[in-house]
Write a protein that binds this ligand. Structure first.
Ligand code: MRU
Length: 341
């Protein structure tokens, strides 16, 4: 299984996802600031994985405090939480994990720094372990939607690298393959960060699952030609009505899938559903720097001063989503009802 992130006693290590597939190198984070920077710079990415990284970031923050008590300790913890919250705005898992860590801190704050640290580490480990279990359940439920011999189109990377292990969208593919079905994955390259070309293809290759790489603009034509049987993607945040934020380009795929009569599935843990957001209009969308669009692999491909837009996510309206697969099962519209806790 891929080591996306691991706790190593006094620090956390993460495989550097900016360098894959060319180099398999690990980054060590020894402070909460380093953990926050790793999330911002996308050393680690994918909604559940950044939630886990943030949870360990809180543990690192707690380890850096020295004998503080009372107000000064509360202030320092607040600084840690605020810094980690500021990293990436769209993924619900980040805030959900930090809310869990905050609840543990609040519960143990009178018990002294040692006990607080131990409880926070235990919670971060639990978040990581539960994510692995959740993904296997998503896989078990979702695999029933895929038939033997199908080609599944996916976007970005919603695999082991984006989670504790196994993946959500790719977890469904893995589970179908484990059931003995022959599944081929069509991977969108996913401009600008190229998660599909660099990460999804690498992950599937390691598992011997056949993968074919296409550029994002080819997806519609492949659908039109009957070369896609289903689209399966992950999610960063799901509103109560089922509107789903995911990697930029997902919305276009959903429109194309509808036009071509192809089922469009979203795979995500229940914790991705934001109870505070009624519909997609309330989901914050991250805008990233212009260099990601101006450059490919660090090489300029346009004029250095051209104006750029770089929204990292889009929102797919619930009406375009055939089903949302969670660890609880396959949820069908109306999502207000089927996603309700
Ligand atoms: O910008 P990224 O790489 O963090 O975006 C990731 C995605 O859009 C994934 O599809 C989503 O987080 C689900 S990962 C299981």
């Amino acid at each position: 299984m891929l080591p996306t992130i691991a706790w190593r006693g006094r620090y956390v290590i993460m495989i550097d996802q900016r360098k894959l597939p060319g180099q398999e190198v690990y980054v060590r984070c020894r402070t909460y600031i380093q953990a926050a920077q790793a999330i911002e710079k996308m050393v680690i990415r994918g909604a559940p994985a950044i939630g886990i990284a943030a949870a360990y970031g809180v543990v690192l923050g707690a380890m850096s405090l020295r004998g503080e008590t009372g107000r000064s300790m509360a202030r320092d913890f607040e600084k840690v939480f605020r810094r980690l919250e500021r990293t990436r705005p769209t993924a619900r898992s980040l805030f959900w994990a930090l809310e869990r860590m905050r609840a543990v801190y609040e519960r143990t704050r009178e018990a002294g720094l040692r006990a607080i640290r131990a409880a926070l580490l235990e919670e971060a480990r639990t978040i990581e372990r539960e994510d692995a279990e959740t993904n296997r359940s998503i896989g078990r439920h979702g695999q029933a939607l895929l038939r033997d011999g199908w080609t599944v189109l996916t976007h970005c990377n919603a695999g082991a690298l984006a989670t504790a292990e196994y993946g959500t969208a790719l977890g469904i593919v893995r589970a179908a393959v484990a059931e003995g079905k022959s599944i081929r994955v069509l991977a969108d390259e996913t401009r600008p960060f190229l998660q599909g070309a660099r990460l999804t293809v690498w992950e599937l290759d390691r598992d011997d699952i056949p993968a074919v790489l296409i550029t994002d603009g080819m997806a519609g034509w492949m659908m039109r030609r009957g070369e896609v049987d289903a689209v399966v993607v992950g999610a960063d945040r799901i509103a109560r009505n089922g509107d789903t934020a995911n990697k930029i380009g997902t919305y276009s795929l959903a429109v194309l899938a509808k036009e071509n009569g192809i089922p469009f599935y979203v795979a995500a843990p229940v914790s991705t559903v934001d109870p505070a957001v009624a519909d997609g209009g309330g989901i914050p969308i991250e805008e990233r720097g212009p260099e990601e669009v101006r450059e490919i692999g660090g090489r300029l491909v346009t004029l250095p001063y051209v104006e750029v837009r770089n929204p990292a996510f889009d929102v797919t309206p619930a009406a375009l989503i055939t089903a949302i697969v969670t660890e609880r099962g396959v949820c069908r519209p109306p999502y207000e009802k089927s996603l309700r806790p």
